[in-house]
Design a protein around this ligand. Sequence first.
Ligand code: ZN
Ligand code: ZN
Length: 414
Amino acid sequence: MKKIFALALLASLFLASCSSNDNDNGPAANTLSFENTEITVNENAGTVTFPVRLTGNVEGGFTVNFETRDGTATQPGDYTRNTGTLTFNGNNGERQNIVVNINEDTFREDTEDFVVALSGISTNLIDIDPATATGLILDDIDLSGNLLSSGSSANDILTNSNFDRLLVQIGYVNGFRPTQQTIANFSTYLSERTFKQDIEINFLELDSPDEETLTLQEIADLESENRTAFNNGTNTMAIYIYFADSPSDGDDLDRGLVTLGAVYRNTSMVIFEETIRTLSSRSGIPLTDVETATLNHEFGHLFGLVDLGTVPVNDHEDILRDADGNPILDENGNEQGNNHCNVDGCLMQAQLTFQAPAALRAFMASTKEEIVSACSLSGIAMIRLLEDRAARGLSTVPDLDAECILDLQNNGGR
Ligand SMILES: [Zn+2]
Ligand SMILES: [Zn+2]
């Protein structure tokens, strides 16, 4: 089937009281932690910032010391040694930054690393975990591995052939972080479908861009400003997921034509967290369920589903249809695949694909020429389906069906 670039799906999926929380990635109560255990920086960036975050309240506040330590990067040539003391007022969610100056030199080098460490905390009420973070200095960041089309790195995500580590960076606008249960569910999903043994999910708290709506181009521009995790040599495959505090451009909330999430590159996704929260609170469907369904669905496209980099073993790709359910043909009169699954009940199912070509065209028009989405997950029908599943006693977020799983297995996944 011919591939299309942008399409909108009225989600279908889900519902669920999500299960166990054993592998929770969030910090425990009363913890001081580096928000990122690894930050990549170009050597001409000037500085690199390591945010340290307090989870929990500590009455009276406290101080903690920090210092930089050489790795393969050494001071003063590669970076400027920095030591000092951070003072926290003791409020939950409080952040203090450690800024390290990076020095540019003219020699061709490989990636070099140094460590920032915390010690000497003035209270015994909290633990430090993790107490160190690594700064990776690249001679020139090669972004090419993270600028490919959606789904094209499916094999690298599913297997250990080229990268044995998966680093998922979640850049969220302050106040719009996904729930710990959602991240636990997502982590389980990654472990179940890929052969990666080493999976890290880290968090990057961001200021609001103060936009009423966001186009995909604006989201891609924000990624350029904020993302700090990139593919690293033959070790790390890095993914960036942005949790936005404003809706997608072109949304019509009153008519329910809203976008929950989108993929736009091989390692880039956006989740419209503010929209998800609005729909969740209006419908009564738990936030974690809507988040998990959206996150897992969109990541299914990074796995290459359906026919977006992972070739279907059997033909189960749905086709693009108009409001009357008739196929929308391309200029040669052929049916067009819509990169979703035609199996009822599958996480990637397209049974509720947008039946409103005008809205679809509006969405496609909102995507600028250089940046296009392979999936825009849309809201109201997803909520209706969740409610329907709840009414029928189905209480879990749908998994991939047998056909989609077979496709992943055929491309090196589980
Ligand atoms: Zn989709
Ligand atoms: Zn499927």
